[in-house]
Each structure stands twice: as structure tokens, then as C-alpha cells.
Design a protein around this ligand. Structure first.
Ligand SMILES: Cc1cc2nc3c(=O)[nH]c(=O)nc-3n(C[C@H](O)[C@H](O)[C@H](O)COP(=O)(O)O)c2cc1C
Length: 342
């Protein structure tokens, strides 16, 4: 498969034909859109990037192209929401045709809207159905079919429940690659946001799962904020997926290639990232995108640096004005003190 990142050779030698899950940026609805992923790719050439969850209903019946991405985003995984094996297989096939490197099934999202559609976290209670979904997808694609799930739902939160779920989905469905968000979900009573904060994290449970299923590729997710924490998890697991911290403090991604993938290229500077966004932003503006839809993902880039607040404020106050163009970003960058080599 052709990769269009600058550093094609390095990608291939490290990741082989399958994208490496050693480090990934989590699927996040409304956050990890294609603009965000383009921006993240400038920071790390090797991180596996996930799309927002896209439902099979949107792909099959919706108006608009829910599968578009920039070639530069590779390796990129499409996350699907759904529970109809035929629909999922159809969408997985489309994903492969469009060039996605992986298809992931969402078995972790607890929102009401999602439960009514009978997919997301509630599917943890239907392991046989998840197995059917995975095997239907695997039958029609060559790219990896992976599952992102939790450690339990509601009162079904014993270790045995998790073992049974992963056992069924791997043995009957053929899934060999799981990402486990190391907390359970309450299907009612908590908002999706609370479900990412209130149920306690249980990393040892995920470590144990890897020990009990050593043949499965397993990544951990939830509450990870630093490269040191990532390194510590990698002592036990094959990969780490980071969500909120990668979005809110994206410069975390700049060290990933050297520290986790053995790259010798120096980390890109924050300023260079902004400047590398200019041609992309101009192209997208010319195609009718709004500046604010791109710059909103960049607000956290200078976190903890002098001028960060002014950078953020200038963009927030100006990027949504009608006709806002690239000059807004240039002016915001001027708020970062010139002598800072960041
Ligand atoms: C704004 C937002 C949207 C999310 N949307 C999705 C989604 O579409 N699919 C999914 O599997 N998880 C979704 N999640 C959950 C994340 O993928 C991740 O599992 C969770 O945030 C825990 O990881 P973290 O502590 O590193 O953020 C979302 C999280 C956030 C903050």
C-alpha cells in the first residue's frame, strides 16, 4: 500500500504492512476529524490515527462523504459504530477500498443515542453478536479488523466477564487486536463525559488480560498523559492509545516517533508545525472549509509556553469571523515571543 507521508521508508520498516498500535490517538467524536488528523500527523509520522466513530447508518444512508480523509493521514483507522454484521461488512469493504489501514468496531461508547441504535458499549453484553460482526467484516477485507472496548458494563464488571467477552470475540470472531479502555461504563445514569471520568481506571486488569491472552495484540487506553506513563504501560502491553491529552496538549505527539518508534529525526518545533499547516489551511479555505474548523484543533499547541494564552485567544476571537483567513493564524503565531525556539 502506498503511503504518502514524507517518511514512507521508516513507516514501512517499523510497521510492516499492518499499522502499529504501539501508539495511537483515540477516536474522538467531533474532535479527531480529518483536519485534526492532518495536524496530528505533522507532529508524529508513526502514531496510528483513528477517525471519529462513524455509524454504518451514516455511511449507508447519509448524505455526504463520511469516509474522506487526506492521504497524508496514513496510517489511519476508521472506527465504525453499528451492530448489523452485513452493514458492518459493507462499510468495512468501503473503508478498505478507500484506503484505510484498519477498521475498528466501537464497543465502548455509552451514549444513549448509541444504545438505542444497539451499538457501542452495550454490545459488551452481546459477545456472540460482536463475534458475528467481526467475522463478517474479516471475511470481506484484508486490513486488520480491531475492537475497542471497556473492561465491563453496569454490574457486569467481573474479570471473568471481560475474559468471556474477549475470548468469544477472538475465538468465534477471529479478532486478534483489542484496545481496552481500562474502566467500565455505566449504561444509564452517567453522561458520556462522566463515563470517561467517574468509573475508576483499572490498569492491572488489562495487564492481566494480556497475560491470559498472550497471542492477542492488546493496547490500553484511559487517563494516560505522559510519555513516561506510556513507556510504563508498554512494559505490559503492545500499545497505548491516548485521547484527551493528545488533543488538549498535542505537542505530546512530537516526541512519540523518537521515544516509541526509534526514529532519529529531531522532533518538529511548534512553530514549524504551524507553518506546515499554512498550505493545508489555504487549500481547505479555497475548497470552502472554515478557518475555525481547522484552528480549533491547534489551540493547545503552545500549552505551558509564554504567549500560549494570547495564541489561543487570538484564534478563538478571530477564526470564526466571516472571511477569516490564514492571517489570523500568522497573527496568533506572532503572539509567541520571537526569541523562543519552540
Ligand atoms: C470528545 C470525545 C469524543 C469521544 N468519541 C469517541 C468515539 O467516537 N469512539 C470511541 O471509541 N471513543 C470515543 N471517546 C473515548 C476516547 O476514545 C477514549 O476512550 C477516552 O477518552 C479515554 O481515553 P483518554 O483518557 O486518553 O482520553 C471520546 C472521548 C472524547 C473526550
Amino acid at each position: 500500500m502506498t503511503r504518502h507521508t514524507e517518511n514512507t521508508q521508516e513507516n514501512h520498516s517499523l510497521a510492516g504492512d499492518h499499522p502499529s498500535c504501539r501508539f495511537s490517538v483515540a477516536p474522538m467524536l467531533d474532535w479527531t476529524d480529518r483536519h485534526c488528523r492532518y495536524f496530528h500527523r505533522l507532529l508524529s509520522q508513526h502514531a496510528l490515527l483513528y477517525t471519529e466513530m462513524v455509524t454504518t447508518g451514516a455511511i449507508i444512508h447519509g448524505k455526504g462523504d463520511f469516509l474522506s480523509f487526506n492521504e497524508e493521514e496514513h496510517p489511519v483507522a476508521l472506527q465504525l459504530g453499528g451492530s448489523n454484521p452485513a452493514d458492518l461488512a459493507h462499510c468495512a469493504k468501503l473503508a478498505q477500498e478507500r484506503g484505510y489501514d484498519e477498521v475498528n468496531l466501537n464497543v465502548g461508547c455509552p451514549s444513549d443515542r448509541v444504545q438505542n441504535g444497539r451499538f457501542g458499549a452495550c454490545l459488551m453484553g452481546e459477545a456472540d453478536l460482536v463475534a458475528l460482526c467481526v467475522s463478517a467484516m474479516r471475511e470481506v477485507v484484508d486490513i486488520p479488523v480491531t475492537v475497542k472496548t471497556r473492561i465491563g458494563i453496569d454490574e457486569q464488571d467481573s474479570y471473568q466477564f471481560l475474559v468471556d467477552f474477549v475470548g468469544t470475540v477472538s475465538e468465534k470472531g477471529g479478532c486478534d487486536n483489542f484496545t481496552i479502555h481500562a474502566r467500565k461504563a455505566w449504561l444509564s445514569g452517567l453522561s458520556p463525559k462522566e463515563n470517561r471520568e467517574i468509573p475508576p481506571l483499572d490498569y492491572p486488569r488489562v495487564y492481566q488480560l494480556k497475560q491470559d491472552f498472550p497471542h492477542l495484540t492488546m493496547a490500553i487506553n484511559g487517563g494516560v498523559k505522559t510519555l513516561a506513563e506510556i513507556q510504563a504501560h508498554l512494559e505490559h502491553l503492545d500499545g497505548v492509545m491516548v485521547g484527551r491529552e493528545a488533543y488538549q496538549n498535542p505537542y505530546l505527539l512530537a516526541e512519540v516517533d523518537q521515544q516509541l518508534f526509534g526514529s532519529e529525526r529531531p522532533a518538529i518545533k511548534r512553530r514549524e508545525v504551524v507553518e506546515a499547516m499554512y498550505p493545508y489551511i489555504e487549500r481547505q479555505l479555497a475548497n470552502g472549509s472554515y478557518l475555525g474548523h481547522m484552528t480549533r484543533h491547534m489551540l493547545g499547541l503552545f500549552q505551558n509556553m509564554p504567549g500560549a494564552r494570547q495564541w489561543r485567544r487570538h484564534i478563538s476571537e478571530n477564526a470564526h469571523k466571516p472571511g477569516a483567513g490564514i492571517e489570523v493564524v500568522q497573527q496568533a503565531l506572532d503572539k509567541i515571543p520571537a526569541h523562543l525556539d519552540v
